[in-house]
Ligand binder design. Structure first.
Ligand SMILES: [Zn+2]
Length: 316
């Protein structure tokens, strides 16, 4: 984040912010997408068992970070985060951009809402668990971080920005290129789309519909191209589409309703295909919460997704 440059020493190109009470710990801040940044704290006796400082609503004061268990690590980490929050506030308030904004009677941008603390965890990769070599296209850093954690290659796609300006067709084209790349021999690709969630947060129905239509166009393009590959007898493709959560425009935030899910063989989309006789077949032709509720798969947990997909593919 460019604003942090005013009071940090630079080491290996990273911004490093020092906390007086925690000389053994280092802090690095990196710009992510839109208004977001990533904050990394390194040092002894840290844990992710803490709460954040984000009040999650406008016009509320910052929340004090607290430990969520009784360990000394959680106690120390929460103290560090509170000091970090105050230090960031002081640095940002004194920044020339904010000095100018305050002089012009504008709101200063002087705090970082710290939330979603996590630590690097040791989990089996997708390849170890499911035997798939996979790539991910996800400009949203928190999603890319998940992909890296489970051993997927993160592909950077020019034009894919993770916000309203994102180029969805660039993502579609890059995924096709990766799947067709014989040198890489990927079995599995994952594309994450963020902007439709932003439209839900912004309570913008028009924008949400626009993005759903653009996603539809991208999916149509990928499905048509891969179905052509199948016709040439190259490889059979299975397509899965779902959401990671709902963000209703009426609510303006994440909610906990079940999300629609669909899986199909691309060959089955062709009118001359006989591949529609699986017990997974049903009469649902739309993709929405209401349409999916009539589907043959019923309601299931996210942890069951890969099993369902692999059984559908006939490899489990
Ligand atoms: Zn969201």
């Amino acid at each position: 984040m460019r604003w942090m440059d005013c009071n940090v020493s630079s080491a290996n190109g990273q911004n490093v912010l020092k906390l007086p009470s925690f000389p053994a710990h280092s802090v690095a801040v990196k710009y992510a997408t839109e208004h977001r940044c990533g904050v990394r704290v390194r040092g002894p006796n840290l844990t992710d068992a803490i709460t954040g400082t984000d009040p999650l609503k406008d016009n509320k004061p910052l929340v004090t970070c607290r430990p969520t268990d009784a360990t000394s690590e959680a106690h120390q980490t929460s103290k560090l985060i509170n000091e970090l929050s105050e230090t960031m506030y002081a640095i940002l308030t004194a920044h020339p951009i904010n000095v100018d904004r305050i002089a012009a009677r504008k709101n200063p941008a002087n705090c970082v809402l710290l939330r979603g603390c996590g630590s690097c965890i040791d989990v089996p990769s997708i390849r170890q668990l499911h035997g798939f070599k996979g790539f991910m296209i996800a400009p949203t850093c928190i999603i890319a971080g998940l992909g890296m954690t489970v051993g997927m290659d993160i592909l950077n796609v020019p034009g894919a920005t993770g916000d309203y300006q994102t180029d969805l067709m660039a993502k579609g084209k890059a995924s096709l290129q990766a799947l067709r790349d014989e040198g890489q021999s990927y079995d599995f690709g994952f594309i994450h789309i963020k902007a439709v969630d932003d439209a839900g947060h912004d309570r913008n129905v028009e924008l949400k519909l626009q993005f759903l239509e653009r996603i539809d166009t991208m999916i149509g393009y990928i499905a048509t191209e891969l179905a052509e590959d199948e016709k040439r007898g190259e490889v059979e493709h299975t397509f899965v589409l779902t959401g990671d959560h709902s963000t209703p425009v009426l609510y303006g935030d994440h909610s906990c309703e079940p999300v629609p899910f669909t899986v199909c063989h691309l060959g089955a989309l062709s009118p001359d295909s006989s591949a529609t006789t699986s017990w997974y077949s049903d009469f649902v032709t739309g993709f929405s919460e209401c349409a999916a509720s009539h589907g043959v798969l019923g309601r299931f947990c996210g942890s069951e997704v890969m099993g369902i997909v692999k059984r559908y593919m006939g490899i489990l």
